[in-house]
Design a binder for this molecule. Structure first.
Ligand SMILES: [Ca+2]
Length: 271
C-alpha cells in the first residue's frame, strides 16, 4: 500500500463527511438530542420535603439518608390547602430565612468520583446583593460542587472546584437565559446538574432545559467528604433565603427526558 492511495481515501472520506453535516444544519445543538447516558442511573435520595417530624425530613429512597433541619429551617404547609399560598411542589416545602438555616445529610449521597445527578427546585425570597447557595457538596477546603445564586451577575450558576483547595481552579456554568424569579406567587426555578464522568462533561439544566451554553468540560474527580448541604455552603456560608423543594440525588447520568420529569410541578415518587 502506498501513501498516495491513503491520501485519496482520506479526501473521499472528508467530502462525504462535509456532505452529511451540510444536510442537517444545527443538529449538533438540538436540545432534545443530548448524549446517551454513559452509566446506569441509581437513585440515592429523593426528599420531597412534605414534612419533617422531629426536625428530620425523610428520604423516600429506601435506606437513604434523611435531611436534618438546622437553625430556623421549617417545612411550610398552606393553612388552607385549597386557597392558601401553595407549597412549591406537593403539600409542603422547606423554608429558609437566610440567617443560619440549612438542612443536611450525615454523609454525601453522591461524592463526585463518578457520574452523578443533583436536582432541586428553589425560589429566592429576593434577588438581592447576597450570593446564596441552594445545594452544595463540601470537601475540607472548598465545595466539590455548588448550585447558587450569584449576586454579582444576578444569575443561577453551578461551580465545581477542580481540587479540594481554597483557591482551586473552578469550572463555572452560568444560566444565561432563565433568570431567578423571586415573585412569591411564582414557582421559582428547577435546577439540575449532571456530571458525566466518562464524557468529562458538566451540564446545567434550568427548568428542564439545557441551553447550548450550559455545558462545560470537567475532568474533576475528587470526592466530597461532607453531607449534602441544602441552603448553604458549609465552607463559605452563603445562606439561602427562600423556598426549596424536590431535592434529588442520583449516581449516574440522568438523560434529558428524566430531567424534564424531575422539573414537573407534581412529585414523581418512582423517578
Ligand atoms: Ca414538597
Amino acid at each position: 500500500m502506498n501513501g498516495r492511495y491513503r491520501a485519496a481515501t482520506v479526501t473521499a472520506g472528508a467530502l462525504a463527511l462535509s456532505f452529511v453535516l451540510g444536510g442537517v444544519p444545527g443538529a449538533a445543538y438540538a436540545a432534545d438530542e443530548g448524549p446517551a447516558p454513559a452509566t446506569s442511573l441509581s437513585r440515592e435520595g429523593y426528599w420531597p420535603l412534605e414534612a419533617a417530624p422531629g426536625g428530620v425530613a425523610p428520604n423516600v429512597q429506601s435506606g437513604g439518608l434523611p435531611l436534618t433541619l438546622n437553625g430556623d429551617a421549617w417545612i411550610y404547609h398552606p393553612d388552607d390547602p385549597l386557597f392558601g399560598d401553595p407549597a412549591l411542589v406537593g403539600q409542603g416545602d422547606l423554608r429558609l430565612d437566610g440567617d443560619g438555616d440549612w438542612a443536611e445529610t450525615s454523609a454525601a449521597p453522591v461524592g463526585g468520583d463518578g457520574s452523578f445527578t443533583l436536582a432541586v427546585r428553589a425560589r429566592l425570597a429576593a434577588t438581592d446583593d447576597r450570593t446564596q447557595t441552594v445545594l452544595s457538596l463540601p470537601g475540607s477546603h472548598t465545595d466539590r460542587l455548588a448550585i447558587r445564586y450569584q449576586a454579582e451577575s444576578g444569575k443561577w450558576e453551578v461551580v465545581v472546584s477542580t481540587e479540594d483547595e481554597a483557591n482551586a481552579p473552578q469550572v463555572v456554568i452560568a444560566e444565561e437565559q432563565t433568570l431567578p424569579n423571586d415573585d412569591p406567587n411564582d414557582v421559582g426555578e428547577h435546577l439540575a446538574v449532571v456530571f458525566d464522568a466518562p464524557a468529562h462533561e458538566l451540564r446545567f439544566y434550568v427548568d428542564g432545559q439545557l441551553s447550548y451554553t450550559s455545558t462545560a468540560v470537567d475532568t474533576t474527580s475528587w470526592t466530597a467528604s461532607g453531607g449534602l448541604q441544602v441552603g448553604r455552603s458549609a465552607i463559605r456560608g452563603e445562606y439561602f433565603a427562600g423556598s426549596v423543594d424536590e431535592v434529588r440525588a442520583y449516581s449516574g447520568v440522568a438523560d434529558p427526558s428524566k430531567i424534564r420529569m424531575m422539573s414537573a410541578l407534581t412529585g414523581v415518587p418512582d423517578l
